[in-house]
Design a protein. Sequence first.
Length: 99
Amino acid sequence: MFRASLTLRVFDHSDGITPYYLLALLSSRAVQDQTASLTFYDTTLPTIGDRWRELRLPVHMDAGERQQMSDRVRAVIELKWAAQNDIDDLRQRIGEIVT
């Protein structure tokens, strides 16, 4: 069975839409609620197909707010990766960790 995946890339950040801000938008409740109504179930496998183009993203009017959210998302992701690296280091030192 072949499953296609979609990769969204942000190239021009002049409007304040960075990859981190896009992640925040796509993770927001407003967008997640929309995906529920756009998702089609084909033999128990959910698919959105090209209907992702119908999503309405709640982009903040203030560019400063967009940048602040982008910076916060980036910081959280970097902290998460740093924590994962610390856990991996602990595993190397003491063996498998049960959490």
